[in-house]
Design a binder for this molecule. Structure first.
Ligand SMILES: [Zn+2]
Length: 103
């Protein structure tokens, strides 16, 4: 199954050589997982959706703020989220554009 972003309206897909990273839902941390699902606001997945279904689902890095990532990796591939990071529903279109233009 191709991995994509779980956020409605987001069309990011994992592609080779792009700067967007994908992050799996924190299924092991039920409390945090709820926060993520609430933030994502996807009608297909909710707080009551089973772990088996949301396991393996990913959210792209566009929904996280820069400070949600581990600062030690700043300037490198932003792949490590802080344990407290929760996605934001706002899709920054400008950021999207920059990403798609490869800048
Ligand atoms: Zn996304």
């Amino acid at each position: 199954m191709p991995s994509g972003c779980l956020v409605p309206g987001c069309t990011e897909k994992s592609r080779l050589g792009q700067s967007v990273s994908f992050h799996g839902l924190p299924v092991k941390d039920a409390q945090r997982c709820k926060l993520w699902l609430r933030a994502i606001n996807n009608p297909r997945v909710g707080e009551d959706t089973g772990k088996e279904i949301i396991k393996g689902k990913t959210i792209c890095s566009l929904h996280f703020k820069l400070e949600d990532f581990d600062g030690r990796l700043f300037g490198k591939i932003r792949s490590a989220l802080k344990p407290t990071a929760v996605p934001s529903t706002v899709i920054d279109r400008t950021k999207h554009l920059i990403h798609s233009m490869g800048l």
